[in-house]
Design a protein around this ligand. Structure first.
Ligand SMILES: Cc1cc2nc3c(=O)[nH]c(=O)nc-3n(C[C@H](O)[C@H](O)[C@H](O)COP(=O)(O)OP(=O)(O)OC[C@H]3O[C@@H](n4cnc5c(N)ncnc54)[C@H](O)[C@@H]3O)c2cc1C
Length: 377
């Protein structure tokens, strides 16, 4: 049972954000910046943020040529353009809060490796460069085949290569650590180990039930306005939402002497990605090998996908290097047939900002702004 004091001081807030990923923290940041005297709480189920934001590859990217061409087959041109623009704007907003230095942002650009059957994507390069010119004021994609040899990739598997000078890479851990600090330095209370179990919007206030491990009764936090930024895990709270979880698995190598490349690299139409982290290589992807079983919220790795990553790493990316794999992990994303984040009111006082897809680090700050606006309207 809560005391009179606890009930009065610890449970009511002006705004509560559920989920301490990049979307939730960005929402809390906008609220703290625009409403400095309000009481703001972030509730996070994990002891650390436990979804995708601390587990991703750290690409500050907008989409590879093949991804954009594939999107154009499924979406109207203006929606594809707006999505790229939103990712670009999200990264600008992020840098207004967290400096490039604070998140070790390196502007090495991004590359796409094209196999024999993917070279047809090059037919679209002019059209896509024209489409994106209003955002970047220059050609985004350029052919750099001479780099295939320079970077030591398998010439049998990699036939052509593209370069995008506008991509950057960042240190995901530093970014999220600094964003957490930014938000708490503005007076936001962040409580971890607090899983939202159920909720009720009475029309006047929203009540959020959180299990209290050291008491028989749960704690009911409450606020007039609440945001759910729980991405792939939102279906547990709102089962009718149209979205599916998608697990991403990742490996990291030991340091490699004279690693011949720096930057972000994509292949397999965006299904595989790798980058240097200092002189190590981080490599992820492979959901396509087992799409159905990877539609899970379980944070574990599988032999099938880790073995595939290890084989491709050795055969395509580092054919002449010796190294070991030191780290393997997974994170959970949220997808649907429509490539669009859900930013809308769920009920009178609850806003949703969920289904961030595979480039949510770019989108997070822009989406956070839209969610905060919904709460403030
Ligand atoms: C392996 C991998 C690589 C990726 N690489 C990139 C990349 O290079 N670039 C890029 O832009 N994007 C990348 N992404 C995607 C990106 O990480 C996500 O789109 C983004 O992190 C989503 O942020 P979010 O805050 O919306 O969700 P999340 O980071 O998942 O945050 C949701 C938070 O809500 C919490 N939560 C859930 N349910 C509850 C509850 N009931 N109560 C309280 N808290 C709850 C979770 O614990 C979690 O911390 C990658 C993702 C993965 C998995």
């Amino acid at each position: 049972m809560l005391s009179f004091w606890e009930e009065k001081e610890f449970t009511p807030y002006d705004f509560i954000v559920v989920g301490a990923g990049i979307t939730g923290l960005s929402t809390a940041a906008v609220l703290a910046e625009t409403q400095p005297n309000r009481r703001i709480l972030v509730l996070e189920r994990g002891l650390l943020p436990t979804g995708a934001s601390t587990k991703n590859a750290g690409f500050a990217s907008f989409g590879s040529l093949s991804e954009i061409v594939t999107d154009l087959r499924n979406m109207p041109e203006h929606e594809v353009f707006n999505l790229v623009k939103l990712r670009y704007e999200g990264l600008q907003k992020l840098q207004a809060r967290i400096s490039q230095k604070q998140m070790n942002m390196d502007m090495w650009g991004g590359y796409e490796l094209l196999s024999e059957h993917e070279v047809l994507f090059l037919d679209h390069i002019s059209r896509i460069n024209d489409l994106l010119r209003p955002i970047f004021s220059d050609d985004v994609f350029r052919i750099v085949d001479d780099k295939i040899k320079e970077f030591g990739f398998s010439k049998k598997q990699v036939k052509r290569m593209l370069f995008n000078p506008f991509e950057a890479q960042l240190d995901t851990g530093k970014l999220m650590w600094n964003l957490l600090n930014y938000v708490s330095s503005r007076g936001v209370v962040i409580l971890t180990g607090c899983e939202l179990q159920s909720f009720e919007d009475t029309g006047r206030k929203v009540y959020l039930k959180v299990k209290n491990p050291y008491a028989e009764e749960p704690i009911w936090f409450n606020a007039p306005k609440v945001a759910f930024c729980t991405n792939a895990f939102t279906k547990k709270l709102i089962p009718t939402l149209e979205m599916e979880p998608g697990r991403g698995q990742v490996i990291v190598t030991t340091p490699i002497n004279n690693l011949p490349f720096h930057g972000n690299f994509h292949f397999g139409e965006g299904l595989y990605y790798f980058r240097n982290v200092g002189n190590r290589v981080l490599f992820g992807g492979g959901r396509n090998l087992d799409f159905n079983n990877e539609k899970t919220t379980q944070l574990s790795t599988t032999e099938l996908i880790i073995n595939d990553l290890e084989t491709k790493l050795q055969e395509i990316i580092l054919p002449n290097q010796s190294y070991e794999i030191t780290d393997r992990w997974s994170g959970i994303m949220a997808f649907s047939k429509v490539k669009k984040t859900i930013v809308q009111m769920h009920s009178q006082n609850i806003a949703l900002g969920v289904r961030a897809g595979g480039m949510g680090m770019a989108l997070g700050s822009a989406i956070g702004e839209q969610i905060a606006q919904l709460l403030l309207e």
